[in-house]
Design a protein around this ligand. Structure first.
Ligand code: HEC
Length: 141
């Protein structure tokens, strides 16, 4: 009986992992994006948004919410070109300025987006490079 319970717990845990929705080459791609995305996050974002994506009080908004995935265009254009002006997340209005990262490629932005939208409780799956390229073409200046 104990083993049955343990087995059920394990199956539930495995199914809860966001990568479980992928198999084969998609699963490998997801793992690569997560790994590279974390390195990029450490290099470019962690100082402001923090290790756990929680941000910094009323100065820096968290990334650990569904905002990033629900506002993909704004997030992707913001990462590339910067973001400024009022933005409300979880009832707090931020009036900050985020510098752009003009040198990041569409692949790197896809890796970053995949990392931040599948960390800290988020599980929104892969953001594809083709999707990033398409969105970047339409960013407002
Ligand atoms: C200098 C500090 C700083 C750095 C570095 C920084 N951000 Fe931000 N970020 C901000 C601020 C401030 C805002 C809110 C801007 C506003 O008020 O419009 C923001 C907003 C965002 C948003 C949209 C709002 C949200 O919380 O979901 C995303 C997505 C985001 N940043 C991702 C990133 C990523 C990815 C990186 C690294 C490539 C990064 N940021 C680097 C300060 C920073």
């Amino acid at each position: 009986m104990r083993f049955v319970v343990l087995g059920l717990v394990l199956i539930t845990l495995i199914n809860c992992r966001p990568e479980s929705r992928y198999s084969g080459s998609e699963a490998i791609k997801f793992d690569q994006y997560m790994f590279q995305g974390e390195q990029l996050y450490i290099a470019h974002c962690i100082n402001c948004h923090q290790k756990d994506g929680s941000g910094l009080g009323k100065l820096i908004p968290p990334l650990s919410t569904d905002f990033v995935s629900k506002q993909k265009e704004l997030s992707i254009c913001g990462i590339k070109h910067g973001l400024e002006g009022p933005i409300t997340i979880n009832g707090i209005t931020y009036q900050g300025v985020m510098p752009g990262n003009a040198r990041l490629t569409p692949l790197e932005i896809a890796e970053l987006m995949t990392y931040i939208s599948n960390s800290w409780g988020n599980a929104y799956g892969i953001t594809k490079t083709t999707e990033v390229s398409k969105i970047l073409k339409n960013c407002a200046d």
